[in-house]
Write a protein that binds this ligand. Structure first.
Ligand code: ZN
Length: 264
């Protein structure tokens, strides 16, 4: 069995078939999924949807750096309220994204710091996003590090040196189908090999990050570019291949890590 620690099920691409998508995932032994909250509104919708599938769906509550411009005085109380629910298991996704800069950097930093404080207050683990912002991300995070609960840097695509730094900070790393993109992310093979299995979690980040190793026949006719939680075993397959271990071993370890981390 597998646990997908990050899917964007509220995304418009799943508007008409979210239930089918969940059933397809269950058939592929993806038995639990955590819906990623990316704004207050999106976190509320994710929590509502997750509530309809007890023991199968969970959600996070947070504001993605792209949405940091929506951050205001009501944001943290609203997220805190969501986090009072048992199936809302994590603070995030939150962090810094200097790749696309959809929100001004100082606003991103303020929004991120506020969510680190929230995680300290509620003591639920952090679902972290960092893209092209390593130095500032570490700078802001280190101010809170001694008091922080556990954290996972999701969809990791950084360098080996950055992976080592995150492991030193006690963080887990989340890998997506990007690791199967051997042209664009060739360096990730070395990273995956280096990171101990007990620090790895897997995620599809669906509908994004379609793994390259999904056979064409598996893709939905009208959604050929869309990723789904049912494809999570292909992410595990890449890890097994890189590390030269069995798929079962990857499935078992990543599932145990996710259960322990999110207290599922
Ligand atoms: Zn992200």
């Amino acid at each position: 069995m597998y646990i997908d620690i990050g899917i964007n099920l509220i995304n418009r691409q799943f508007e008409h078939d979210a239930d089918d998508i969940i059933q397809d995932a269950l058939e592929e032994e993806v038995s639990q999924m955590i819906l990623t909250g990316t704004s207050v509104r999106n976190s509320q919708l994710s929590a509502q949807l997750a509530k309809q599938y007890p023991g199968v769906l969970y959600s996070t509550a947070g504001i993605h750096p792209h949405d940091a411009k929506s951050f205001n005085g009501e944001s943290i109380p609203a997220l805190k309220k969501l986090l009072e629910q048992k199936h809302v298991v994590s603070v995030g996704e939150c962090g810094l994204d200097f790749d696309r800069d959809f929100s001004p950097r100082p606003v991103q930093e303020k929004c991120y710091a506020a969510q680190l404080e929230l995680a300290v207050a509620v003591q639920k683990p952090l679902f972290l996003h960092e893209r092209a912002a390593f130095d500032r991300f570490v700078g802001v995070t280190k101010e809170y590090l001694p008091k922080l609960p556990l954290g996972v840097v999701h969809c990791f695509t950084g360098s080996l040196a950055e992976a080592k730094a995150y492991l030193d900070m006690g963080f887990y790393l989340g890998f997506t189908g990007s690791i199967s993109d051997v042209k664009r992310f060739a360096h990730l093979k070395e990273v995956v090999n280096y990171v101990p299995l007990d620090k790895i979690m897997i995620e599809t980040d669906a509908p994004f990050m379609l793994p390259k190793n999904v056979p064409a026949g598996q893709l939905k006719k009208y959604h050929e570019r869309r990723n789904e939680p049912a494809f999570l075993p292909y992410v595990a397959g890449s890890i097994a291949q890189f590390k030269g271990i069995s798929l079962d071993k990857v499935a078992k370890a990543t599932t145990e890590n996710a259960e322990r981390f999110f207290k599922l």
